[in-house]
Ligand binder design. Sequence first.
Ligand code: CUA
Length: 179
Amino acid sequence: MSAILPPPRRIWWKEPVDKVEIIWIVIAFVWCMIMFFMMPYWHVYGKQNLSPETYKVRPELFARASQEMVDKYTVRTETELKIPVVAPPAGSDVYLIARLWDWWPILELEKDKTYRLHLTAMDYQHGFSLQPENINIQVLPGYQHVITIQPNRSGTYAIVCNEFCGIGHHKMVSKLYVK
Ligand code: CUA
């Protein structure tokens, strides 16, 4: 019997299962189980698959809260787009907006201080990917993800969009400063 020619006996599903087939089924099943249990395991020990709190949010309210933070705590602007760099006080709520095709504003946080990071999208789905930490969070319009963060290493981190969002997707990159 070959995979190209039709089976000689039409009622092929009554054939006994071949040993090779059983081996492949077992391998596939074991691999499924490994992948399945890897998710909760990596949530606990890898500290990358975060569980953000999620709330519905109206974009205009989120934009207003972000604007208030930017008005109060902007320390300088960067790039030709004049994106504000914001240094909010430790312990405060900080806001980050994803939209076609930038992140707004740029956050400057202090090492070992705790912040409540709020994330939303203004238009389509984007992906918040913090590098090189490799932390990934979906960013969706109409919802905000809120994560309590405590940066433990100072430096300049890259934020890239890892959810395809159109022609400018590859340009949707930003920074996060930790001092
Ligand atoms: Cu935003 Cu891809």
